[in-house]
Design a protein around this ligand. Structure first.
Ligand SMILES: NC(=O)c1ccc[n+]([C@@H]2O[C@H](COP(=O)([O-])OP(=O)(O)OC[C@H]3O[C@@H](n4cnc5c(N)ncnc54)[C@H](OP(=O)(O)O)[C@@H]3O)[C@@H](O)[C@H]2O)c1
Length: 299
């Protein structure tokens, strides 16, 4: 084949056209999408959940926000009420079945139904090697209850309302839902479980033609207080390993309406999700190396 200028220009044009087409296909008018949407959001007392609550109320959504610390939830509520009065607080421990039942009934009482269920609350114990736990089983169960059973119970109690609204369940996950992460075994296992559970549930909804969408969103590293503390990220890096919570929320809000089973908000999350199964040894090696570099907790 003869090399001409066109052999360079044509692929560039094709690439640009495909970028425009992809942007166009994925464009969502978030203002009209979220306006008056009735949303349950767990884990809204701090971190990503708090920023998500504020942004959703800016967009005109009607919210019931939940967590265990009522005072912090009320702070979130105050910030949201600058934009919308329809923000209600429910103190709930999402690891407990009865609290999840109460959360759904309060949401229905205040909002009259549920359009979106956002399972954002999560518990990640401080980084610890398996061999340093006195009772790793108890820790695992504690994490599992919050990170996984939350979704099981809230889905069960909201099912009729989600059916009625053709609603969406958003399971907030992590890249550690794909790979192993040393010193975070329980958290990692719980996010793997979330993928398995909601992936299966999605198929069941399709088999029964339920018209309920399931979205699993494996987030990259986000600079929330707890995550920074847990990862002990130092300024040893030549690159930014994560994104800010505000940036994360903006991306979540734009990708959720696409209702893909797996919604990735960054390219690294996308590639890790897809490449892990091809070369798990390489990823495991990299994760171990990463932890050695950035964690003070490894002895
Ligand atoms: N930050 C990251 O780098 C990152 C990366 C990937 C995925 N994620 C995921 O993103 C979500 C939010 O993370 P984040 O960093 O914002 O977490 P965070 O700052 O630790 O906040 C966690 C939230 O969950 C609530 N929560 C914890 N246990 C609870 C329980 N038993 N019942 C009710 N609420 C409970 C907390 O409130 P109370 O303590 O008041 O109950 C808090 O509002 C999580 O699902 C996490 O797995 C985060």
């Amino acid at each position: 084949m003869r090399f001409t200028l066109w052999t360079v220009i044509i692929p560039i044009i094709l690439l640009l056209v495909s970028v425009v087409v992809v942007k166009w296909i994925n464009y969502v008018d978030v203002e009209s999408y979220y306006k008056d949407k009735r949303i349950i959001l767990t884990g809204a007392s701090e971190g990503i959940g708090k920023d998500l609550a504020i942004r959703l109320s800016q967009l005109g959504a009607r919210l019931v926000i939940a967590a265990r610390t009522e005072s912090k939830l009320k702070d979130t509520q105050k910030l949201c009420q600058k934009y919308s009065q329809d923000v209600f607080v429910v103190r709930a421990d999402v690891g407990k079945e009865e609290d999840n039942k109460l959360l759904v009934s309060e949401a229905v009482k205040h909002l009259g139904g549920i359009d979106i269920l956002i399972l954002n609350a999560a518990y990640s114990p401080p980084p610890t090697m398996f061999t340093d736990y006195e009772d790793p089983g108890e820790t695992f169960l504690g994490v599992y209850k919050v990170n996984v059973l939350q979704g099981v119970y809230l889905t069960k109690f909201s099912l009729d309302h989600l059916r009625e609204s053709h609603g969406t369940i958003l399971a907030v996950s992590s890249m550690s839902g794909w790979l192993g992460l040393p010193m975070f075994a329980s958290y990692t296992a719980s996010k793997h479980a979330l993928h398995g559970y909601f992936g299966s549930l999605n198929m069941e909804f399709q088999l029964r033609q339920e018209n309920i969408s399931v979205v699993i969103m494996p987030l990259p590293f986000v600079y929330t207080n707890r995550a920074v503390e847990n990862m002990k990220v130092k300024s040893k890096l030549m690159f930014e390993p994560g994104i800010t919570s505000e940036d994360c929320v903006e991306r979540m809000i734009r990708t959720l309406p696409l209702k893909r089973l797996y919604c990735y908000i960054t390219w690294d999350a996308y590639f890790i999700g897809h490449l892990y199964s091809l070369c798990p040894y390489w990823f495991d090696y990299s994760a171990t190396y990463f932890m050695q570099m950035f964690s003070d907790a490894i002895k």
